[in-house]
Design a protein around this ligand. Sequence first.
Ligand code: GAL
Length: 448
Amino acid sequence: MSFRKDFVWGAATASYQIEGAFDEDGKGRSIWDEFSHTEGKISDNSTGDIACDHYHRYKEDVRLMAELGIKAYRFSVAWSRILPDGTGAVNQKGIDFYNDLINELMKYGIEPYVTLYHWDLPYALHLKGGWLNDDISDYFEQYVTIVAESFGDRVKNFITFNEPQVFTGCGYFEGSHAPGYKLADKELLHICHNVHKAHGKAVRALRKNIRDVKIGFTMGTTPTVPMSDKDIDAARNSYFSCGNGHFLFSESFWIDPIVFGKYPENLMSAYGDILPEISAEDMKLISAPIDFIGLNIYTGNIVKTGEGGCAEKVPCPAGHPRTAIGWDIIPSSLYWGTKFYYDRYKLPIYITENGMSAHDCISLDGKVHDPNRIDYLNRYLLELKKSAESGADIRGYFQWSLLDNFEWAKGYSERFGLIYTDYPTQKRIVKDSGYWYKNVIENNGENL
Ligand code: GAL
């Protein structure tokens, strides 16, 4: 036993992080265009105007994927490229771009996995209230219907939302991401319920338009990792309890409504007086069956059993290995995250993101040597394999990212790619880790 025979080995990106062409061919602005153009929001003062220029270079990027033996490509559609105002008139050139990209992928037998919302809300909708506007889930359903009608003959795998807790948490609570708001809990609960409804309506639109469609919802998650076997229960309980820290960052707040059809009890009682209207009909819509859960896992929190059986975070010792962005390297987060999720929700799991930011540079020999990333991926994949071997239904793994790209509020200062992007020339150089990953794919992970 190891990885399934049909295990999906992929790589992932997102529209705003790679496409560029921010105002070309009729594309409308998104909240990220506006945010990155606002002084002081991006640490290196950059924008995604050009990014990796993937809009013009997608053929080369797909060819590189094929050379690396990548079997599946997870990318997101920019809503405002297809519907410049978020609703209403369709921009045919936007549809053409994704059609061309999908056809190019098909040419090489690379399976597309499309994320419908990776944070770039059309700015025109933001001006109408964005996620606070109660019509937003209908606008989302219209957009998803157009995506399904246009690409559903070739695309069978969809992720409705990427990391809802990050775009709501960083975008509307902490203010570090677009649109840079710091809202109160009442508004946040309202936003989240609208996101849940938008998810439900997207599922409805996809099922209506695409036969055999597979639909998932992706969480960004920092699993609790028990320090010893004695701490497993405490780790599991605290991982899913909706009360540690802000509800926005909790697992069960997002997934329980989708899988179990209800919000966590303690949330309902704690926030009862400021909750938006939540009808039985809403919950039915939100909990329409999905096919898989996507997990983005980069790091974990080591915990031990503390007072009253609750989990207590154990800080990493001084000098513990970290990635360039400063995240602790905790390979077993991939084991525990997938195990805890599978035990609770019993749905197939894809790792929709995992990878590391490293201080990559072009060496004198013209190549990019990144032994740290190889070691990181090797350690994490071994833990994923262990989880699959012990019974979790793990269907695939998408490395983040295919190529170095615009890392949100950190601009171009972090490099996560298997492929190096030389931004001044837009030259791509496959890193050593890219070739290493090719070998892992060829061996279906048996050589790990
Ligand atoms: C995730 C996000 C990606 C990427 C990655 C690395 O939170 O979905 O877009 O930026 O983190 O930081």
